[in-house]
Design a protein around this ligand. Structure first.
Ligand SMILES: Cc1cc2nc3c(=O)[nH]c(=O)nc-3n(C[C@H](O)[C@H](O)[C@H](O)COP(=O)(O)OP(=O)(O)OC[C@H]3O[C@@H](n4cnc5c(N)ncnc54)[C@H](O)[C@@H]3O)c2cc1C
Length: 241
């Protein structure tokens, strides 16, 4: 069973209409690797008896294990994100974790792609700041695809949070979630990246439908990938897939 841990909200910053960045101070070191996430327990229980618990990726470097940040987009009618957006400085939160395997294996090297769609940029930033990712940075291309310039975190925030050693970064538009052109668009970008040279590894985060298509595309191109290279935030692939 997951052990409940606590952290105190030590700062909140609203960015745009629906984004909140939380500064948190954990009661004890987290032991996370960049790319992982926690599961926040809102302590709200639905009439069905189901607890409202939601996953949020660590945004900040794993070199610092007590103070950390999360960035949360408010989802219309969503209880978990509404809970986060109602948090104030001085409040304690409960969570479990760290969870997830979205990080490179020890000793990984070579040309690396991180492709994030939508809110998946948090996992991408966490991964880029993983201590074990440092050696991959110079050969890494980060691509963040989002539907509009005011989606979630400002481009300037993302640019300033990408480590200076990162080889290249691109922030580009993609058709909205669910749009029929979204997948062809993401696939075309991946093909263009692969046409410029072999990838030693790739990490894909965000829209689960896009993730699954790109994972299949990478595997078909001979890039060594498995489900650990993917973090889906929504539009989850079916368990059997
Ligand atoms: C591993 C992991 C890491 C995550 N990290 C983050 C993070 O760092 N920041 C963050 O904001 N969210 C993150 N999420 C999503 C988060 O866990 C919740 O799903 C989100 O906050 C919505 O919760 P809710 O209770 O407000 O809405 P719900 O009622 O749970 O959600 C309503 C619907 O919206 C979908 N949804 C969730 N996110 C989006 C989105 N961006 N666009 C469109 N639909 C969406 C849900 O899947 C669901 O179908 C992560 C999810 C996972 C699995």
């Amino acid at each position: 069973m997951a052990v409940a841990k606590t952290a105190r909200v030590v700062g909140t910053e609203r960015m745009g209409p629906d984004t909140m960045v939380l500064d948190l101070c954990a009661a004890e070191p987290l032991g996370f690797v960049g790319g992982q996430y926690l599961i926040l327990d809102s302590r709200i229980v639905l009439p069905s008896g189901k607890a409202v618990k939601r996953a949020y990726s660590f945004l900040t470097s794993d070199a610092e294990q007590v103070h950390f940040q999360l960035a949360v987009k408010r989802i219309p009618d969503g209880l978990g994100s509404a809970f986060v957006h109602g948090l104030e400085t001085g409040t304690d939160i409960w969570f479990s974790g760290p969870w997830g395997k979205f990080f490179p294996r020890e000793g990984a090297s070579g040309r690396t792609l991180i492709l994030a769609t939508d809110t998946g940029i948090t996992a991408a930033l966490g991964l880029l700041h993983a201590t074990r990712f440092a050696q991959l940075l110079p050969q890494t291309l980060l691509i963040w695809l989002r539907a509009s310039p005011d989606y979630f975190l400002p481009a300037e925030f993302v640019r300033t949070h990408v480590p200076a050693d990162c080889g290249e970064m691109r922030i580009e538009a993609i058709p909205a979630i669910g749009h029929p052109e979204r997948i062809p668009h993401a696939r075309a970008i991946l093909r263009q990246v692969m046409s410029q040279g072999d990838l030693a590894q790739a990490f894909i985060a965000g829209d689960g439908i896009v993730n699954q298509v790109l994972l299949d595309e990478l595997a078909a191109a001979g890039v060594t990938v498995n489900k650990d290279n993917v973090e889906s935030f929504f539009n989850m692939p079916k368990k059997s897939a």
